[in-house]
Design a binder for this molecule. Structure first.
Ligand code: NAD
Length: 346
């Protein structure tokens, strides 16, 4: 399959020089970018440069268009490509509203092309460790999940700081973390509350803290921040028999659970601050065991290989548009929760 890349910035180039070459079934045919310095970069990387998007779409050798531009133009570029009989891989966030995604889905149906969103963080190993814990109950039934990404670089000084381009952290990172949670918990959402942060003074959120409650009883705290000089762990997960922490993308962390073989020993009260407590005393040595984190749940295929197999059989597609739509609708509910200072019930 020959791919044409639209938008050759950080992510477009990452696809072109790293992700696409990893899959032997795909080849980059050429690049289109509005910025001449990015065109030069594409030529230096060995790719054909198309003078216009139209020229790339009219090239009959191209089967797939990859969209890696700022967010607000994903919809028009994707629809244009499908109308030119190209399949589309689109970067996240797919669009700025759920209605725009529904427009894309209607054109996908009408043209018979395949449209798939690059929700690549479903393949993240840290997430797949948590999925393993959730599904195989190594710490009992998981009932509380905290998923965070914390940085201290602010929002990178480009279009991501501007509302008109679909900037802000809820669209940028929120879309990944929420997608991960919805695909893992697989229970209807009961409610969501959310507070965006605007401490850096942009017209978009520089972070958010949200609480999701599912009908199954699972509760998730999802947080993104760009102002944390000391980051909290990437994941904090509580089950009925233990707790797991994953600190970072290198999978450092630990899991502590009840030692079912040990005799129960009541906690010894401790002095704590100006007080005294038994409730918050550490568990007695022997009644708990420390364990290595489990290995990541295995994904059957890579993103690109799954895209290829779904061209033959759409039922095999891993990132389904209906699932992406659910995330977009959740993001809309989270903006509403922030603006109305209320809990949104589903
Ligand atoms: P970037 O600013 O580095 O690159 C965007 C490129 O698009 C620029 O080179 C710009 O000149 C070009 N462009 C702008 N308008 C265009 C148009 N009309 N036609 C063609 N090219 C145009 O941004 P980025 O970090 O590469 O982000 C691009 C997309 O990739 C965004 O949607 C972003 O959310 C997504 N992204 C995804 C991940 C991921 O892990 N999935 C990571 C980073 C970025």
């Amino acid at each position: 399959m020959n791919i044409g890349i639209c938008g050759y910035g950080g992510m477009g180039r990452h696809h072109g020089t790293y992700l696409i070459p990893k899959s032997k079934q795909f080849k980059v045919m050429g690049v289109y970018d509005v910025d001449t310095s990015r065109q030069t970069q594409a030529i230096e990387d060995g790719f054909k440069n198309y003078e216009t998007y139209e020229a790339m779409l009219k090239d009959e050798n191209i089967d797939v268009i990859l969209i890696a531009t700022p967010n607000e133009i994903h919809k028009d570029l994707s629809i244009d490509a499908m109308r030119h009989k190209k399949h589309v891989i689109c970067e996240k966030p797919v669009t700025l509203t759920s209605l725009e995604l529904e427009e894309i889905m209607a054109v996908e149906k009408e043209t018979g092309q395949t449209f798939m969103v690059h929700q690549n963080r479903r393949w993240d190993e840290d997430y797949l460790v948590v999925r393993n814990l959730f599904e195989h109950k190594q710490i009992g039934d998981v009932f509380h999940i905290e998923s965070r990404v914390h940085g201290a670089n602010g929002i990178p000084g480009d279009w991501r700081c501007e509302k008109k381009h679909g900037g802000g952290m809820l669209y940028d990172w929120g879309v990944h973390l929420l997608d991960q949670i919805l695909r893992m918990v697989e229970s209807p959402l009961k409610s969501v509350s959310n507070i965006n942060s605007y401490v850096l003074g942009h017209d978009v959120d520089d972070g958010f803290t949200s609480l999701l409650q599912f009908e199954s009883g699972v509760m998730c705290l999802v947080e993104v921040s760009t102002t944390n000089f000391i980051p909290l762990p990437r994941w904090y997960v509580k089950g009925t028999e233990g707790t797991a922490v994953i600190n970072d993308w290198n999978l450092s962390g630990e899991m502590i659970k009840y030692n079912v073989d040990a005799k129960y020993v009541a906690p010894t009260p401790i002095k704590a601050g100006a007080g005294f407590t038994k409730t918050m005393a550490p568990l007695n040595h022997g009644s708990i065991i420390k364990m290595e984190l489990p290995s990541p749940k295995e994904m059957p295929v890579s993103f690109y290989d799954n895209f290829l197999e779904s061209l033959e059989d759409k039922s095999k597609i891993i990132v389904k548009n209906e699932e992406v739509l659910e995330v977009m609708q959740l993001i809309e509910a989270m903006f509403e929760a922030h603006h109305t200072n209320s809990i949104i019930h589903f």
